[in-house]
Design a binder for this molecule. Sequence first.
Ligand SMILES: [Zn+2]
Length: 478
Amino acid sequence: MTITLLERLGGRSTIARGVEAVFRRLSRHPHPSHREEATREDYIAFLREELGAEPRTDQAGNLLCRLNATPGREGRPRLILQGHMDMVCASAGGFRPEQDAVTILNQDGFLRSDGRSSLGADNGLGNAAVLWLLSTGQVAHGPLSLLFTTAEEVGLAGAREVDTSWLSDGNCLLNTDGFHLGRAIVGSAGGRRETWTRPLETQAAPQLPAWRLTLTGGLGGHSGDDIHRGRANTIKLLTNYLAGLPGARLAALSGGMAHNAIPAQAQAVVFAPAQPDLTLLREALEPYGETDPGLTAECVRTEAPPQVWTPALQAHTLAFLSGLYHGVYAMDAAFPGTVGASANLGRVWTEENTLRISTFLRAARQQEEKELADRHEALARAHGFTGTVVSYPGWPGDRNNSLAASLDKVWRTQTGCGLDISAVHVGLEPSIFQAKVPGMVMASTGPDILDAHSVDERAPVDSLPDYVLLLAGLLEAI
Ligand SMILES: [Zn+2]
């Protein structure tokens, strides 16, 4: 009689309880990005006590642990299992993410927080699944490297610092930050954060009444996940309106929150002989009735500021903003339904007498990013803006990725269904690793996680055994 993998691991409820216990152990301390020290000590203690292994760390706080193969599997390819240790700390009700640990509840079939913070299942739960599985000693595997990174949530910062030697002895890498059980991601978008500046040139204000124009109530959203939903860009809408407003002199303009969020509000102060007529702006909002039902334009008289923008600054800024690309630029031909390249005009603000504009490009393929970047740079030159750029590369997807094929085979055997092999229009750490070790075969998978980065973040307990079985099946198949 053969004992199944599920039986060896003790059955579904043992697996779910085991993963939950490890996840709790790794969640005892706050671990926002760049503040992972205490939690890293918990990872190190687990690796020493439960796996008898000796991990090492680097300057960025990343953690590497090499494990020997189980007997008879020494010659197998080395698999790197990788996840990030930090979490996005959404908070409510007085929760202090730097000091307070997350309270984890197991309620109605979900692991969730007490509603005051995000859960940190992204990516702590994937890491816990790997660690619990290996701690059972019940799974055969080849040589393994466990890599846990820091500061993923702030521009993949830890992954950037990983030394190539930590990766180069690996044959393939499985990232556990995939969010959807039953899916293997084999490609992700690169990101290019552009900040454009121009000195704020002003002159004495004209003898005209001043008006405050506001456009609020947009839905906004994530510049990768939501860019294809056609939501309003309030900065674009307001500046297009201002460009067509006869005789108006701009004294202030701002909008949006971040380079990687679709702007949900924008405002301006203008001098104009009469109260600006908002008819044209309201007409421009009409197409967004479905996507952004809360959009509201208003204009009120306001106290006159002493200075206005020079006519040149006003004309160049409005033309620059109108020319910057926003929205889906190209779909990914290899992955129907997935955005291939996009741009987000995310924020306009003034700081230290400098006008600042931030945009964010995402593209799986370098050529499309370059087209958008060239366009923005040409516009900036024409309109007197200077740009600074921070970027990370794309991870172009390969459907015939051998690691995804192995995962798919295991999943078919275990569930009777194929894995969804897809690409995503957001940044993932494998894009950094691919640039360090070109040709490394990689995929990203994970247990189900819902509403990550919010206080409603939760993970169905039921998906944990399936995810652990997928990992275990893969380890034995390689
Ligand atoms: Zn994550």
